[in-house]
Write a protein that binds this ligand. Structure first.
Ligand code: SF4
Length: 167
């Protein structure tokens, strides 16, 4: 076999990985088949007790979000001419902090709210709530209804359960 043939041969696919959907607290089991280009084909894991192979629309589309194309990989700030331009983290944090400070000075701390995604980890909730309650001075930390957070309002997962229930 020539070296040219070897170089053009398809690389063997990586083995399928059993993993868990990160999107909500239901925790459906997934089978992820890496495609060798940074992406993966996603299917429900028939052996997982949470979903028995079924996935909702979010989990089914997970493979489309694995690659880096189209992702925001560094901070971007809008210049005075309206064009988005790459910035440093320090510049981005300063701009966000100044924006919050201006809003709070003008309208008070309750003019600020955080929407905390159900995809956040417990540690993320802790930090966000510390920032909101301890530094901003409000309790406006709003949780996603599919949040898996252990404290706060009871998450409602009924829509998710309905979406993956057998028809
Ligand atoms: S219900 Fe949907 S979003 Fe939640 S873990 Fe399952 S596939 Fe993921």
């Amino acid at each position: 076999m020539s070296a040219r043939v070897v170089m053009n041969a398809s690389a063997p696919l990586a083995p399928t990985v059993r993993t868990t959907c990160p999107y909500c607290g239901v925790g459906c089991g997934l089978l992820a088949q890496p495609d060798g280009r940074g992406g993966a084909a996603i299917a429900g894991d028939p052996a997982h007790p949470a979903n028995l192979g079924r996935l909702c629309s979010k989990g089914s589309a997970l493979g489309e979000t694995v690659g880096l194309e189209g992702r925001l990989l560094h901070p971007m700030l809008r210049r005075t001419d309206g064009v988005l331009a790459r910035s440093s983290w320090t510049q981005a944090f300063d701009q966000v902090a100044h924006g919050f400070r201006a809003i709070i000075e003008r309208d008070g701390p309750d003019a600020v709210a955080f929407y905390l995604s159900g995809q956040l980890l417990t540690e993320d909730y802790y930090v966000a709530n510390k920032l909101m309650k301890g530094f901003i001075g409000s309790a406006n930390g709003l949780r996603s209804p599919v949040s898996a957070a252990p404290s706060g309002p009871t998450p409602c997962r009924a829509p998710t359960r309905i979406s993956i229930s057998p028809t």
